[in-house]
Design a binder for this molecule. Structure first.
Ligand code: ADP
Ligand code: MG
Length: 323
């Protein structure tokens, strides 16, 4: 039992950044308008996520820590029609199996909340506790009981970079949510949460990048593309700074990246990639998706069509821009 759950946990949780991704996605699913992430030593010592979401009752909290107990859906064939980011009910129990986890949570209709403490999957404490509405999860000593996994962790600097990449992307996908990230008590990111993508880009990438952005706003029969791409001469340009979201889900796709390069064509020096933050909206029934639990990579049908609409949208934006 214990071994099985540790193995399964390793499949979902590879590194501190996976913990952050899962916890923050849960906070987004819970309708939080503010999500605060505190990390120490690249997440190896501590990861804390505090949200202002709808929280859990004591029964919900107990259930949430059981494997495959998702409150979100029962069957997941068409991922894009799922409104929530999570749907497997694996993340929380997996994290709890390989760390020392403390959770405090409270719903709006209750005066008090619940405190749960779990070490290596074993519930140590579950009791009433005073706390604000929302959920506050502390994950300490990740992989303390799976030393082989622990050994594969990279330096604190590398792990925090991965965490910050993920938080940046989630922040760009949800400009209406305030994201705060700190590492060893130092502020790394704070977004305004005012719903404005440009203001969010400013917090994530800074003034120079924000100033060089060109708005993309394009509609095709089936799809809508909006967001920003950078002017061709921007210095920070790299594929790392391209984020694509289909119906608000982050997508890593070489085809979409290539579509952007094609739209710039000769405007771009060889081997250079513009910054791009682009959202594609389309009817969920038009795409089939499947995701690997740990990977950001998502396979989706109609990648070619999406790529070509993206290319047209970016091309149009560039031709109207003052470069
Ligand atoms: P999934 O997200 O796939 O449903 P998780 O293991 O990530 O599975 O979470 C299990 C359940 O715990 C969720 O379905 C949800 O009901 C509850 N939950 C987890 N995190 C939160 C949170 N921050 N706020 C409210 N509910 C939460
Ligand atoms: Mg989840």
């Amino acid at each position: 039992q214990e071994v099985v759950s540790k193995i399964a946990a390793g499949e979902v949780i590879e590194r501190p950044a996976s913990v952050v991704k899962e916890l923050v996605e849960n906070s987004i699913d819970a309708d939080s308008d503010k999500i605060e992430i505190k990390v120490n030593n690249g997440g190896k010592d501590l990861i804390q996520v505090i949200d202002t979401g709808y929280g859990m009752t004591r029964e919900d909290a107990e259930l949430a820590l059981e494997r495959h107990a998702t409150s979100k859906i029962t069957e997941a064939n068409d991922l894009f029609s799922i409104r929530s980011l999570g749907f497997r009910g694996e993340a929380l129990p997996s994290i709890a199996a390989i760390s020392r986890l403390t959770m405090k949570t409270r719903t709006e209709d209750k005066l008090g909340g619940t405190l749960v403490k779990i070490n290596g999957g074993e519930i140590k404490k579950i009791e009433d506790a005073g706390c604000p509405i929302g959920t506050n999860i502390i994950v300490k000593d990740l992989f303390y009981n799976t030393p082989v996994r622990y050994k594969y962790l990279k330096t604190s600097a590398t792990e925090i970079r991965r965490i910050s990449d993920i938080v940046n992307r989630l922040a760009l996908a949800y400009p209406e949510i305030t994201f705060k990230l700190s590492h060893n008590q130092k502020k790394v990111l704070e977004t305004p949460g005012n719903g404005n993508l440009m203001d969010t880009i400013l917090s994530v990438y800074g003034k120079e990048v924000a100033k060089s952005m060109i708005a993309v706003d394009y509609e095709d029969k089936y799809m809508q593309v909006s967001g920003y791409v950078s002017k061709p001469n921007i210095s920070r340009a790299s594929k790392k700074h391209q984020s694509f979201f289909i119906n608000r889900r982050y997508i890593k796709s070489r085809a979409l990246s290539e579509a952007i390069s094609k739209a710039y064509h000769t405007l771009l020096a060889k081997g250079r990639h513009p910054i791009a933050i682009l959202t594609i909206k389309l009817n969920p029934v038009l795409v089939d998706v499947n995701v690997h639990p740990t990977k950001m990579e998502v396979n989706f049908s109609r990648e070619k069509e999406v790529a070509s609409v993206l290319q047209n949208g970016v091309k149009e934006a560039l031709s109207n821009a003052d470069l």
